[in-house]
Design a protein around this ligand. Structure first.
Ligand code: ADP
Ligand code: MG
Length: 766
């Protein structure tokens, strides 16, 4: 008997080699295998007579093999087989199918399924699926009844291992696994919930989802809306929502820092900020400030399209925390972004005397240690870095606020890791550790002044002296040393609000739905690469007029040697031949970090006029004077990526131009992407089209949106069930008067922990 937790390798038909292929698909246990659902179904219930067939239809035919043989045409070998029923005959052909050479014997009964085609007046089946079901008629009937392929609604699975594990293979193995599955399948969904929603039992759900009854509605099957599907999808979403709900409750119960928003803080914000905030920014800040004032820790998502001005809002929040004597951590997904935030933080915040450090993975070890000491001692007030900040142990003297930028680059895993580390208290990761004792180094202590000048760059002694007088680092603590820091997460991914509420359930949401003033819409044009010269002339004119330009080359995998070579070649040509009189520089992911930093800085300062770059500039880079972007081979980029790239221009007052160059033939989907880019600048519209083109799997995959990846659920298709799951999860946890018994809650929570641990590698949740 197989238990759900049994390793998949013990299922009949699976050895260590196949187990490896399955592992790559995320299938490790029997339970995983049984959650590998068909992506569609074929109705092969009623076999047809050959004489009733019509061109264009899908049909199942059971017939006898008459003749078969391999023909070599000039282009490819074709295998042909003629099947018969009495006097009727039907030709079946398979292309490139030498492997079928000795497959069939005359007189065998065979079941065929495929599309009926009209070949010059004669009907034939092309590339049908088939199964040899026996030698004589009688035996055939028996076999049909047992067959997994014919005479029933047949599940179709995605193949695995580059086609080595076919749909047929999955049918067999999953069928076998179900036959041998233990009779005791625990029911973890509480009985009231199950009754209220009329959910089928787990075992029945598994059977019916793989092997639907003959009478099952094909339409419901294809829509994943049979009772069996609903049960399985609901179950998955229910436990996710249960986890989120628990997290939410836990957070409410925690003590955070109650920041004070006195006049001093307001004055500081007013004094420091370079612009009048937009109404949307004002609203977001009000919500954030409201959270920060409260004693429970803030968990807020700030959502806004590229260029909507999230950074400014983040800095405002940072000012509140720093003015209250707390430290702030600002984390960016890439080193370049971290550096950029560091530059703008220094530009905007340092004049007020705030002490800012940059902590990235590429710092020399010595310097890293030094920076960390400053953080641990509370000297550093704003710490900017990549997620090296969360992955390594960084101890803060008094961390009050964590800002995570461009959340869509962080997987859900990191999101929870971050929170977990805070949950775990002083011992690990980003955590408040009381006061300014030295937690990092021992022994070699330099004098604070020396350390400061090394770290705080060009900050003047006088300013530091002023700071020391005001006693920034040593101010009495607001809140206790063990308080949870506030967390602000920022994303440009336009997730529909209801969805965000349900999935980022533990976060509150603010939206920036308004662009800063003075933007002129970006003009986007598509140009074939035969007009390259014209494009460069245009760039020349723009740069001549004082603007800066990006030329983006599609090196999507930075470790693709050949792509990088092409980008470098293009850079040399542009700098030597096309624009020898301008400052042209190159930026790619494999450059040394300090070189990258230097290039970015020079570009920011306007000393570089044309920046040839790979997609490393995709996220967040902000140089308002850059008004032109030429994207080479634009057809190779995804829509969301194109939109992100284009978001780097149109940030200043000057009219900006985005030129999408295409070379060679563009696929139909590519055309639609380029078309959308030319038509609209609106991130939500683009996201919607992207969804349509790529399907939710891609767009909302863990990679893009930082959302959890599901086994059976699909958050677009299953939004309705997600809502229900959220409601039911809240009901289950609603205290002692709930209709659900304690043992049931305990069982549900156990199940939830198992799922969460498996999905996110977390034990602590709940
Ligand atoms: P994103 O939301 O993509 O992170 P940024 O925070 O980088 O956007 O802001 C985009 C640009 O708009 C920056 O150059 C920033 O200085 C500018 N900006 C932000 N807020 C305002 C404002 N209220 N008025 C004018 N410009 C602003
Ligand atoms: Mg940004």
């Amino acid at each position: 008997m197989l238990e759900p937790s049994t390793a998949v390798q013990y299922v009949k038909g699976i050895g260590p080699r196949i187990a490896e292929i399955l592992a790559a698909k995320g299938i490790h246990t029997v339970d995983d295998l049984l959650h590998y659902l068909p992506f569609r179904y074929e109705d092969r219930v009623n076999p047809r007579g050959i004489s009733e067939l019509r061109a264009g239809e899908m049909a199942t035919v059971i017939a006898e093999v008459r003749t078969s043989g391999l023909f070599r045409t000039r282009r490819m070998p074709i295998f042909q087989m003629t099947a018969g029923q009495g006097r009727s005959r039907l030709r079946c052909i398979w292309f490139n199918a030498t492997y079928l050479k000795d497959k069939f014997q005359p007189g065998q009964m065979i079941a065929l399924y495929g599309k009926v085609e009209d070949n010059k007046g004669e009907l034939e089946l092309r590339q049908p699926q088939f199964e040899i079901i026996g030698e004589g008629e009688e035996e055939a009937e028996q076999k049909v009844a047992q067959s997994l392929e014919i005479g029933r609604i047949v599940p179709i699975y995605e193949s695995a291992g580059q086609g080595r594990l076919t749909s047929r293979w999955f049918r067999r193995v999953i069928h076998g696994a179900l036959e041998n599955l233990t009779l005791e399948l625990p029911e973890a969904i509480p009985a009231v919930v199950r009754k209220r929603l009329d959910l089928v039992r787990p075992r029945e759900a598994l059977h019916r989802v793989h092997w639907p009854d003959e009478g099952e509605s094909m339409q419901n099957l294809q829509a994943f809306r049979t009772p069996a599907h609903i049960r399985m999808i609901f179950e998955e979403l229910f436990f996710i929502e249960l986890g989120l709900e628990l997290k939410r409750r836990e957070q409410k119960a925690q003590t955070g820092v109650a920041f004070q928003l006195g006049d001093q803080v307001r004055q500081a914000i007013k004094r420091i900020l370079p612009f009048h905030p937009t109404n949307a920014q004002k609203r977001a800040l009000k919500e954030i400030a409201g959270d920060m004032e409260k004693p429970s820790p803030m968990r807020r998502l700030l959502q806004g399209d590229v260029g909507s001005g999230k950074t400014l809002v983040a800095f405002e929040a940072a000012i509140i925390a720093i003015e209250n004597g707390h430290q702030v951590a600002l984390m960016a997904p890439t080193e370049i972004l971290a550096q950029q935030h560091y530059f703008s933080a220094r530009r905007i915040l340092e004049p007020s005397g705030y002490r800012i450090v940059l902590l990235t993975g590429s710092l020399e070890d010595d310097r890293k240690r030094e920076v960390r000491r400053h953080i641990a001692q509370g000297n550093a007030q704003l710490v900017i870095g990549t997620h090296a900040l969360i992955e390594q142990r960084v101890e803060f003297a008094k961390l009050g606020l964590v800002i995570v930028d461009e959340q869509h680059r962080f997987g859900v895993l990191q999101r929870f890791k971050l929170m977990k580390k805070q949950d775990a208290g002083g011992a690990t990761g980003v955590s408040p550790v009381g006061n300014g004792t030295d937690h990092v180094g021992t022994g070699v202590l330099t004098r604070p002044a020396e350390r400061s000048s090394a770290i705080f760059g060009d900050q003047s002694e006088a300013r530091r002296a002023r700071l020391d007088r005001t006693g920034e680092g040593t101010r009495p603590h607001v809140g206790s040393g063990s308080a949870e820091p506030d967390v602000l997460v920022m994303t440009a991914t336009p997730i529909p609000r209801t969805l965000a509420l349900t999935l980022y359930g533990e976060l509150d949401i603010s939206v920036l739905d308004e662009m800063p003033p003075g933007r002129t819409p970006i003009v986007t044009r598509r140009v074939g690469d035969e007009r390259t010269d014209e494009v460069w002339q245009f760039v020349r004119k723009q740069v001549g007029a004082g603007h800066q330009a990006y030329v983006v080359y599609p090196v999507i995998e930075e470790n693709e040697e050949s792509e990088l070579k092409a980008a470098m070649k293009m850079y040399r040509e542009l700098s030597k031949k096309v624009f020898p009189d301008f400052q042209v520089a190159v930026l790619h992911g494999r450059m040394q970090p300090d070189l990258k930093e230097q290039v970015m800085r020079l570009f920011q300062q306007g000393k570089i006029q044309i920046l040839v770059s790979t997609t490393v500039i995709e996220v967040g880079v902000d140089v308002p004077n850059a008004a032109v972007m030429v994207i080479e081979h634009a057809e190779r980029f995804g829509l969301a990526q194109l939109h992100q790239l284009r978001g780097r221009i149109g940030r200043g007052a000057a009219k900006s131009f985005c030129i999408l160059m295409t070379g060679g033939k563009v696929s139909e989907e590519g055309e639609r992407r380029l078309d959308a880019m030319v038509r609209t600048n609106d991130g939500f519209q683009i996201a919607e089209l992207d969804l349509e083109l790529r399907g939710p799997g891609e767009f909302f995959g863990t990679r893009q949106a930082g959302l959890p990846s599901f086994q059976v659920a699909n958050i677009i298709r299953d939004r309705d069930l997600l809502e229900i799951a959220k409601r039911e999860a809240a009901a289950v946890l609603s205290g002692p008067n709930s209709e659900i018994s304690q043992p049931e809650i305990a069982r549900a929570l156990r199940q939830m922990r198992m799922k969460w641990q498996k999905t996110y590698g977390l034990v602590e949740v709940g």
